[in-house]
Unconditional design. Structure first.
Length: 193
């Protein structure tokens, strides 16, 4: 598989959304930039904030769309066009209801699973052939409770688990950036318990 050239965190902008479950993707790219000692800068033409980091010796763009989650595709597709990056060279980090907190999984291609940032990106691209980092936030148990769940804050215990999953994903990221997704998945998907 092709090496990664861009990592995009999905979330909602604004301080009122900063620690919500839905912003797990933003939390991932914030942690990535912090580890690399880089800061995000507003990039109006890309409808978001960008940073450039080096992972395993490879330069990689990092993007946080400034659009709301359900319009993420506008920023994602603008960045891919501007930097001439193929979707297969992109990793989108997002919250995942179907995984428990403390779990992160890599995946390539597939559906959107009801995740509105993926849905909008796929609508604009016409396909889902990009990499995903699915960060588990758990499910509230009933579909009618999903919206307040994802827009709410996790419990203190779940926060710790989500942060642990983000750290685990960051540790596996150099392999994914290099294009060794099988090894990255093996490392990330193997339980340490």
């Amino acid at each position: 598989m092709a090496a990664l050239r861009i990592i995009i965190g999905l979330g909602n902008p604004g301080p009122e959304h900063a620690r919500t479950r839905h912003n797990a993707g933003f939390r991932f790219v914030d942690a990535l930039a912090e580890r690399a000692g880089e800061r995000f800068r507003v990039d109006a033409k890309l409808f978001g904030e960008t940073a450039k980091v080096v992972i395993g010796g490879q330069p990689v763009w990092v993007l946080k769309p400034a659009t709301f989650m359900n319009l993420s595709g506008k920023s994602v597709t603008a960045a891919l066009r501007f930097w001439k990056i193929e979707p297969e060279q992109a990793l989108l980090a997002h919250d995942e209801l179907d995984l428990p907190p403390g779990t992160a999984r890599l995946k390539f291609d597939g559906g959107h699973g009801g995740q509105n940032g993926l849905r909008d990106t796929m609508r604009l691209l016409g396909h889902g052939r990009f990499h995903r980092l699915r960060i588990g936030i758990g499910h509230p148990g009933h579909k009618d409770k999903v919206t307040p769940w994802v827009l709410g804050r996790a419990s203190a215990g779940d926060e710790i688990l989500i942060d642990r999953a983000i750290d685990d994903a960051l540790d596996a990221l150099p392999l994914a950036v290099a294009g060794d997704f099988n090894e990255a998945m093996k490392r990330l998907h193997t339980s340490r318990d």
